[in-house]
Design a protein. Sequence first.
Length: 563
Amino acid sequence: MGLNQLKEILTRVDGKGYKAYKEIQGTYIENLIQYHLDYIQADPFANPSRIRVAISQRLAGFEPETYYLLHRKVGLEDFLARSVANVLHGKQGKIRIDEPGQEILPRTAVKVDKEFVEVRLTLSLPAAGRTILGKEAAQILCRELPSLIQMAILKVDRTQLNRQLELCDQQQAIRDYLEREGYVAFVQDGAILPRESGRSNRPLRGDNLVPFLSPDSLRVSIPVPHRELPMTGMAVRPGVTLIVGGGYHGKSTLLKAIERGIYNHTRGDGREFVITNETACKVRAEDGRRVEKVNITPFISHLPFGQDTEQFSTEDASGSTSQAANIMEALEMGCQVLLIDEDTSATNFMIRDARMQALVSKGKEPITPFIDQVRHLYEEHKISTILVIGGSGDYFDVADCVVMMEEYQTKDVTQSAKEIANRISNARKTEEGMKFGKLALRTLSAQSFDQLRGPKVKLEAKGMDFIQLGTAKANLRYLEQLVDPSQSRAIVQMIRRVSQLVEIQQVSLREAIEQVFMEIQKEGIDIISPYRGKHPGDLALPRPFEVAAALNRLSSLYVASVT
Ligand code: ADP
Ligand code: MG
């Protein structure tokens, strides 16, 4: 059937009750373009209808050589999704695409392979009350939609597209360089780190903006493709790095940029060349969260009433126990870099000074502060830490590198910090923490997902911050490296997949998540959707760390054993 037949049906159902729209479900083909009307909403207030437009590569002509590398494929699909969104912007139309934010993420919005470019859209079919507006629907589906595809895909600006692919090549080259040379993060000279406001992800503009400039001692030059001169900037070495400086001088802004460097950013973000080891995890205090059988003994032991800290569980963690659990859970998933900001840390977790040590004897204090474990973490497990700390010079003793922010300028003050540490002796005693100890894996109990069995269970993400699976809920608000609501929707589907794996075999939380990522690597992100071969829903790929974090916060999570 072609679009003419679609128009005929729509003319026929014009003026009927909304349910008659169901008749248009199906596939229509015109000029090497397939219009799949996969799901037609049952009433005007239901979730919008889902449509895929598959354009033959004979028409679209994106050469496989240009995108056979994964980072280029992601860059291409991302660019085409933005292109569709841009064409839709000016219009007050009813067609939507899952528009990318400033991060370039693998997402379901556009899928490119050898045969097709497939664009996944949603559409609220027009109605007056519950009466079908068939002519308007025909206008949208048979005219606006083909013209959208013309403009956004077939006439896409190939020069701009090429620039985006080159950007992705450069970002990948920096990632490869960091990996090869063993650096933890890179912040390019000239990068714009501050954001417009606390609620906006857009770069700050104006006269008071200070672009990033590396201290000479920390500067590296990285050769990148599509550019004659190498890229220069600050490379963070492995070990313990402190970011110090006065209040409001840009410490948190630098750390935040590094946090987000796990993702590639699109042109114009300002942080295109801020690149961080992909396993880097921001950890913070999160009092009130649930914890299920996490070994927090490296940081906390001897709790009142003999509460277990090797398999610590609580429905309501404190600041320090939540921060300890957040760290241990990140390590369980293979995190190699911890990112910590004093602004969002529990003070008693970070430090206990000499006077407090004198007053409260070690026997009465369950906490081994982070300062006494940070070196063990590096020496035993090669886990590096980047730490914003303006409030305690005690950390000079354990740092490999100290960077100071002064009026948004970066200085290497490692030498001075070490001198001061020698000159002003520290009466503080190093506490316990003789060793950090082994990292545990937790085996999931199938019970965790009992609520997912049976028909019609609710599986949904409410915005970015809440997910619900049956009766179980998780609050994702404090996952600072989750950036897109489509990632939260993907997390819901990935947990569903984890629940299936757990039913077949005993697996650890880490193995189960890794298994799901392996499936995605092989088959693409569509694989996690329950709608095979149809519009998969609006999904974007999170990291394994955020999937684990969501599971760890799920109200029904139950751990069978710890090894
Ligand atoms: P700190 O953590 O040192 O207290 P922040 O990083 O929170 O400071 O930054 C304080 C303010 O300065 C923020 O409003 C931030 O947007 C702004 N800021 C940070 N870096 C820069 C910069 N390079 N240029 C201009 N303003 C900046
Ligand atoms: Mg701060």
